[in-house]
Design a binder for this molecule. Structure first.
Ligand code: ADP
Ligand code: X15
Length: 401
């Protein structure tokens, strides 16, 4: 990818009193009372916003939260306003939508250095469709575009890609640049052996990435919701565990491909199963092939942790995306915590460790180990796609330097 123009290239009259449409990734985890459980992504967005404020720009912030289908109150960005205001040292205004007359009035009322947060851009289905008319409406709000949403840079959506066609200059924010610099550098010539650990719940996004990872890594460890599709493909019963039925053939093909490519593909041999998806569920450890009907796998088991740790001890570069289990529930957090501890230990011994993804980073923060890793990335899917060598649409759309 060609080098992109940076927000740091804009100064003085480029920014003074100018309306900046800034796409950030404020997709942070919230608990059931809508409290932020990890603010890493908000803190990571601050340097670009502050730079714009200090140069007298009028900052219009846009983000998604979760994967809403239409307007869904629990996916409102409102709970983020107090923390954002605190970090920026100003009262951040919040709009009830991201386009329309009321938003236009609020933008017109913004003072130099003021900040307006638009409501969840995914409340409009046109966002994910990358609808040009919708992109034009977003573009019409501002004089320049800054994309600092590294975590969403692998999505060609209206606010991450489409808008850049209609709003110039279109530049990269500081977080976007920092992530690209680190990740491209670290994976271009990784110290070997190179391992990837992939877990989490976004199976359909991540399972496709695995094939390309075979070209880069020596070892691939799978955990989280991903594994049950592989088990089912091998003929195991998986109870009510998370499964992507339409990816069973792909899972079988991937197991074969790992062999031909000489990549060690490690699936957990034992799992912690639960009788319901809840913190107080009954749980037990069973062999991966012995998940009973009515039970679901929510973490990797102790034998698997031991094997994973021994394997990781042999590696020099590790990229981890997606928790090993439902770490939000204490009973199912052991697998994720074990990986976090092992990576912290290996970093101390000179390995390069990269953690990506909203929930994986939240898990590492929860374990108090974030500062023990080489790099904490705000993008899970985005860092994996970058590692695959895919161009990120949100970056490609920006002006060349
Ligand atoms: N076995 C499992 N079954 C269902 N959900 C799981 C399982 N293991 C992990 N998860 C969930 O995956 C979520 C994180 O997935 P994902 O968004 O893919 O990760 P990241 O945000 O780090 O990229 C967590 O909320 C976690 O509870
Ligand atoms: O949380 C995100 O991705 P991640 O879980 O892969 O890090 C981004 O905000 C992108 O969200 P999406 O996967 O719903 O497009």
């Amino acid at each position: 990818m060609a080098a992109k123009k940076s927000v740091g290239d804009l100064k003085g009259a480029d920014l003074k009193s100018k309306r900046a449409f800034v796409r950030v990734d404020l997709n942070v985890p919230l608990d059931e009372n809508l409290n932020i459980t990890d603010d890493t992504r908000i803190r990571a967005a601050v340097p670009t916003i502050k730079y714009l404020m200090e140069h007298g720009a009028r900052v219009i912030l846009s983000s998604h939260l979760g994967r809403p289908k239409g307007v869904t109150p629990k996916y409102s960005l409102k709970p983020l306003v107090p923390r954002l205001s605190e970090l920026l040292g100003v009262n951040v205004e919040m709009a009830n939508d991201c386009i329309g007359e009321e938003v236009e009035k609020m933008v017109a009322a913004l003072p130099d250095g003021g900040v307006l947060l638009l409501e969840n851009v995914r409340f409009h289905k046109e966002e994910e469709k990358n609808d040009p008319e919708f992109s034009k409406k977003l573009a019409s709000l501002a004089d320049l575009y800054v994309n600092d949403a590294f975590g969403t840079a692998h999505r060609a959506h209206a606010s991450t890609e489409g808008v850049a066609k209609f709003l110039k200059p279109a530049v990269a924010g500081f977080l976007m640049q920092k992530e690209l610099d680190y990740l491209v550098g670290a994976v271009a010539n990784p110290k070997k052996p190179f391992a990837a650990i992939v877990g989490g719940s976004k199976v359909s996004t991540k399972i496709g990435v695995i094939e390309s990872l075979f070209e880069k890594v020596d070892i691939l460890i799978l955990g989280g919701g991903m594994i049950f599709t592989f088990y089912k493909a091998q003929g195991y019963s998986v109870g009510s565990s998370l499964v992507e039925e339409d990816k069973l053939d792909l899972a079988t093909a991937l197991i074969e491909k790992a062999k031909t490519k000489g990549v060690s593909l490690l699936l957990p041999t034992d799992v912690v199963i639960a009788d319901k998806f809840a913190a107080d569920a009954n749980s037990k450890v069973v062999l991966a092939s012995e998940i009973s009907d009515g039970w679901m796998g929510l973490d990797v088991g102790p034998d698997s942790i031991k094997t994973f740790n021994e394997t990781l001890d042999t590696t020099q570069t590790i990229i981890w995306n997606g928790p090993m289990g439902v770490f939000e529930f204490e009973k199912f957090a052991a697998g994720t915590e074990a990986i976090a501890k092992k990576l912290a230990e290996l970093t101390g011994k000179g390995a390069t460790t990269i953690i990506g993804g909203g929930d994986s980073v939240a898990a590492v923060e929860k374990a108090g180990l974030a500062d023990k890793m080489s790099h904490i990335s705000t993008g899970g899917g985005a860092s994996l796609e970058l590692l695959e060598g895919k161009p990120l649409p949100g970056v490609l759309a920006l002006d060349d330097a």
